[in-house]
Design a protein around this ligand. Structure first.
Ligand SMILES: [Fe+2]
Length: 164
């Protein structure tokens, strides 16, 4: 059984490969682009949800040092989720579709770099039970089979604390 860090790294590698595949698709391969973008968005949603609900709280409570990094990662997730919701609501023919997928890939690459370079080493150092966490992460990911829709941000009337 893989531990939680190996599992999350495997997700990262998988999603990076999908972004590379997207780059290689023809400009007018609309059906393939939509299908792959939907797959990327779903995988990222499953991964991010499991991290936010299971891995980050565990790291936060085990490592004081990691707290700020986990906060940053949570903010990065929120930006990624906004972009994921926008991509999900778009058609692949839309002018900015490719650009949004590309920028999402860049966000994720940055986020993965910080996680693997800083958060994972601290999680290891903190002596977390990475086997149990891996099982919990797998189980949570398995429960998610669609990307939840988000309301477009309107500014007014939207509580800053609301989590869509
Ligand atoms: Fe991650």
């Amino acid at each position: 059984m893989k531990d939680a860090i190996a599992l999350l790294k495997e997700d990262h590698a998988e999603v990076k490969a999908m972004f590379r595949e997207f780059e290689g698709l023809g400009q007018r391969a609309f059906a393939s682009k939509k299908k792959l973008a939907d797959k990327i968005c779903l995988e990222l949603t499953r991964h991010a949800t499991a991290e936010e609900e299971i891995f980050y709280p565990a790291v936060r409570s085990a490592s004081k040092e990691a707290e700020d990094l986990v906060d940053e990662a949570t903010v990065e997730h929120a930006s990624a989720k906004d972009l994921i919701a926008q991509i999900g609501a778009m058609e692949p023919q839309d002018e900015l579709f490719d650009a949004k997928v590309k920028v999402l890939g860049e966000y994720i690459a940055h986020h993965v770099g910080e996680e693997e370079g800083e958060i994972f080493p601290l999680a290891k150092k903190a002596g977390l039970d990475l086997q149990t966490l891996a099982r919990e992460i797998e189980a949570r990911k398995d429960e998610i089979d669609f990307v939840p829709p988000r309301l477009p941000p309107t500014g007014a009337g939207r509580s800053g604390r609301a989590r869509a």
